[in-house]
Every structure is written in structure tokens, then in C-alpha cells.
Design a protein around this ligand. Structure first.
Ligand code: DLL
Length: 447
């Protein structure tokens, strides 16, 4: 089902008109209400009269995370404090969190776009959602919660963590759908497998997974391990939280962006100039309707591409590809640029490996070193493990050496990087305990 068909399936020309009107109105309102934007417009010599169609968006200043930091906590609010009905924040890796405010209308929008996303991912009224995103300042829990209620679902507000209890609640309450990070989806799948529960016996049939980068390889693992169809949901606190875009369950090939509210551009990471459709670059989003903290051309740092191809689901909203990573997460190893998801794709092609991996980067003298720690599957471990027969142990050594060298070759061929490979026993690489999983340990930052 389509939750708001009049917007989600709009004719392209009508959508453009709506976006143009909204952009002009939003520009005027931030000019009037937010000192930061007034100075930016004045410095750049942008006049409100210059902003009449959505194409004029390129005349507007770009907003960066540093601007939010400089105006911490409430300096970018476009409303007086009394009109702010909710505040969320994302923890960030260093220092102060990034703050986001919502008016009552924004909270309503937050619910609606998440209801849209849940419906995109296959949800219907009366289904039950097991919501394992964290509740609190993080936008995931409350975002999906309000969206599910708006759609008419039953929500189980479990939040992240306490895996034992999650398993019990899924078994007892028999939900139709789960929302969690992909890495936590894997953790849950593994816990069910360890209890001998077949995916066919898990009640879940749908998933809405996101908040961290993942690949098709991870998706197949989660789908198979939990016996469901998982769709990707994307969003970020600065823009609203989850609800910016989501894949439809019909195609699961690119996430439909709620672009009547969040206008997307893809810009070159270096020059910040627009790139042609289909080409990768940094996703930059403008909030067209948000009141409390409207952001113009917010540089998300996330690398993706856009497509306006028709979709079987009937939505006309453009789609964005799976996120390759965030520019901050790009590793530079001896001059080679690479994202963890690219390593994940290489490992995903090797049947003897489980989907769990970790990257360790260090520096020996002046040279960067990358170590890929990855687990062999249970089947491989049984063959090469302690209970193998004597002559099989020798064969096992050769087999493992061969496997290591295949991984090294794969990484070199696909990514041009030379990496050390550590093969680990099943269960020894860290798992998600409820939220986003950090798969990279960059020891260079410590020195
Ligand atoms: O992660 C909001 C969210 C909650 C999205 C639940 C989806 C589901 P932040 O904590 O502010 O907000 O982190 C935002 O996470 O800029 C991306 O780098 C990354 N991210 C979010 N969704 C995806 C995704 C929430 N589906 C940052 N794929 C973003 C890849 C994602 N990366």
C-alpha cells in the first residue's frame, strides 16, 4: 500500500512545482528567522527574489556539520523555544552531540514520513512491529514508533539490546515486522540459529533496517537468517531522523526519497558541483517543510547516487542507491581510498566466510597497514577445527592458506589494496549489541 499516494505518486511536473513553491517559502522563512542563514545569504549576495524554482537551489549556501557545532545547541532554530515540542540528538564520535528540534508540525511530519517508509517496506495496518531501534535521544526508536502508530500498526517498543529478551518477545508476541540495524539483525539471526529455531518458524516476514551502511551480502544473510524480506531505511538526525527514504518491498533496489519534504542533490565530494544523474557523489539534503530547524543544502557526507527510473511500486519519488559510506569513514591505506562496505562486498563473494568482519588499520613506521579480520563459517570450522582427523589437519592448513590468499587476491583485484588477513573462529569478531556497529579500529588515530 502507498500511505500518501497523492504525494508519493505525483506526476514529475507537479512535484517540481510543489518543490519550487516550498523552496521559495522556506528560503524566505529562514532568511527572516535564522541569523546564521541571513548572514550567509547576505555574504553570498543571494536575494530571495532569485529563488523561484527548485533549480535555483544551487544558488543557496551549503550547510555543514561544523555550522551545527558552531551554533550548538539551539542557534539554528527557526522558532522560539516555546514552540519546540521535542529535541533529539545524535551522539557523534567526538565531543558534543548534534541537536535537532521539532515543532508539533515537525513531529507530525516525522510520524508521516515514517508511516510512508513502513508502508514502502511492506507494512500494513494491523501488523505488529517489533521496534528494536534505540529509544531516547537517538531518532530511530521514536521515529519508527510514531510512524508505525500512524500507519495503524501495533508497536512493541523494545528498544535495542538485551538480546535474550528480544528473542523471547519475538517468540511470544509473533510480530510480522522488525526494525533494527542490519548488524543487529544478524545478531538476532545468529541467536535464533543457536537455539535451533528455523527461520521458517520465526513469525517475522518483513524488516525495515538501516542507520548504518550495509550491502546486498548482508541483506541476503539477514533475509535468510530471520526468514523475512528486509528493506533499507535511511535518514539522519539533522534532517529529521529515519524517514528520509526507504526501499519499496516490490523492488528493493534503491530507496524512494520523500522528496516533497527532503530535496536531494548529489554533489562532487571535492568541488561541491552537481554531478549527472546516476553518478556517485555526496548526498546533500534541503528540508522543504520543517519548521523548528530548517536546513538548506545540508552536506550529509553520505556517498550515493540518484535514479529517476520508473518503479513497479507506482511511486514516482526518485531513488537513492545503498550508501557506500560516509566521507569521514573512508580509509586511506597507502594512498588507496576505500570504504568498509567495499571490503564487505569482496568478503561476501567468498562462501567459506561468515558475514562478520572487522578492519584494523595501523601504521608501521611510515606505512599504513590494513588487517581484515573475518570469520570462517561453522561448516568450515568443523572441518578445520580440532575434531578433524590427522591427515585432514594437514589438508586443513593448506585449505586455510588457500582461503587467505583468495581473500588477499580479491581485495587486491577489486580495491587495489594489500591487506593482511586474519581468519577467525565463528563468534570471535564483535557483534552488534543493539545499535550501530563500528567495524573499524583505526589505530593511526591514537598515535
Ligand atoms: O541513524 C537515523 C536512522 C534511524 C536511520 C533508524 C535509519 C533507521 P544518525 O544517528 O544521525 O541518524 O545517523 C545518520 O547514519 O548520515 C548515514 O551515515 C548513516 N545511515 C543512516 N541510515 C543509513 C542507511 C540515524 N540506511 C547517519 N545506510 C547517516 C547507510 C545510513 N548509512
Amino acid at each position: 500500500m502507498i500511505f500518501e499516494a497523492e504525494f508519493e505518486s505525483m506526476r514529475a511536473a507537479d512535484l517540481r512545482n510543489l518543490q519550487s513553491k516550498r523552496l521559495a517559502a522556506r528560503s524566505a522563512s529562514v532568511y527572516e528567522r535564522v541569523d546564521f542563514y541571513r548572514s550567509k545569504f547576505d555574504e553570498a549576495g543571494v536575494k530571495l527574489a532569485d529563488i523561484s524554482t527548485i533549480d535555483d537551489i544551487t544558488k543557496l549556501p551549503i550547510t555543514r556539520k561544523q555550522d551545527l557545532r558552531d551554533n550548538y545547541p539551539f542557534g539554528l532554530f527557526g522558532q522560539e523555544r516555546g514552540r519546540i515540542s521535542r529535541i533529539h540528538a545524535s551522539s557523534g564520535t567526538t565531543g558534543k552531540p548534534t541537536v535537532v528540534g521539532y515543532t508539533r508540525d515537525d513531529v507530525d511530519l516525522f510520524a508521516r514520513v515514517n508511516a510512508r517508509c513502513l508502508a514502502m517496506a511492506g507494512a500494513e495496518p494491523r501488523m505488529t512491529l517489533h521496534n528494536a531501534y534505540g529509544y531516547g535521544l537517538f531518532t530511530g526508536g521514536l521515529g519508527l514508533h510514531y510512524g508505525a502508530e500512524r500507519l495503524g500498526m501495533t508497536v512493541v517498543p523494545v528498544s535495542g539490546g538485551m538480546t535474550e529478551r528480544q528473542i523471547m518477545l519475538i517468540t511470544d508476541f509473533q510480530p510480522d515486522m522488525i526494525s533494527c540495524t542490519p548488524s543487529y539483525g544478524l545478531t538476532l539471526a545468529q541467536e535464533f540459529a543457536e537455539r535451533g529455531v528455523s527461520p521458517l518458524d520465526i513469525s517475522l516476514s518483513l524488516g525495515i533496517l538501516g542507520a548504518e551502511p550495509w550491502t546486498e551480502m548482508m541483506r541476503s544473510e539477514v533475509d535468510a537468517g530471520l526468514g523475512l524480506k528486509a528493506s533499507n531505511i535511511y535518514g539522519l538526525s539533522e534532517i529529521i531522523g529515519p524517514g528520509v527514504s526507504c526501499e519499496c518491498v516490490e523492488e528493493r533496489s534503491g530507496s524512494h526519497i520523500n522528496e516533497d519534504h527532503f530535496f536531494p542533490e548529489i554533489l562532487d565530494p571535492i568541488t561541491a558541483e552537481p554531478v549527472p544523474e546516476g553518478q556517485e557523489g555526496v548526498l546533500v539534503l534541503t528540508t522543504l517543510t520543517k519548521q523548528a530547524q530548517p536546513l538548506l543544502r545540508y552536506w550529509t557526507g553520505d556517498i550515493t547516487s540518484l535514479s529517476s527510473e520508473d518503479c513497479r511500486c507506482g511511486r514516482t519519488l526518485r531513488r537513492m542507491a545503498l550508501i557506500k559510506g560516509r566521507t569521514d569513514d573512508m580509509l586511506i591505506i597507502r594512498g588507496v581510498n576505500l570504504y568498509p562496505t567495499e571490503v564487505e562486498l569482496v568478503l561476501g563473494n567468498i562462501a567459506e566466510l561468515s558475514p562478520h568482519y572487522r578492519l584494523v588499520v595501523s601504521r608501521e613506521g611510515t606505512l599504513d597497514e590494513l588487517w581484515v579480520e573475518t570469520e570462517v563459517t561453522d561448516e568450515v570450522f568443523k572441518i578445520v577445527g580440532g575434531d578433524a582427523l590427522d591427515d585432514e589437519v594437514i589438508a586443513a592448513d593448506e585449505f586455510l592458506a588457500g582461503l587467505r590468499s583468495r581473500i588477499k587476491h580479491g581485495l587486491k583485484e577489486s580495491l587495489g589494496v594489500t591487506a593482511g588477513v586474519a581468519l577467525k573462529a565463528p563468534g570471535s569478531v564483535p557483534r552488534s549489541e543493539g545499535g550501530k556497529l563500528n567495524r573499524v579500529e583505526d589505530r593511526r588515530k591514537l598515535t
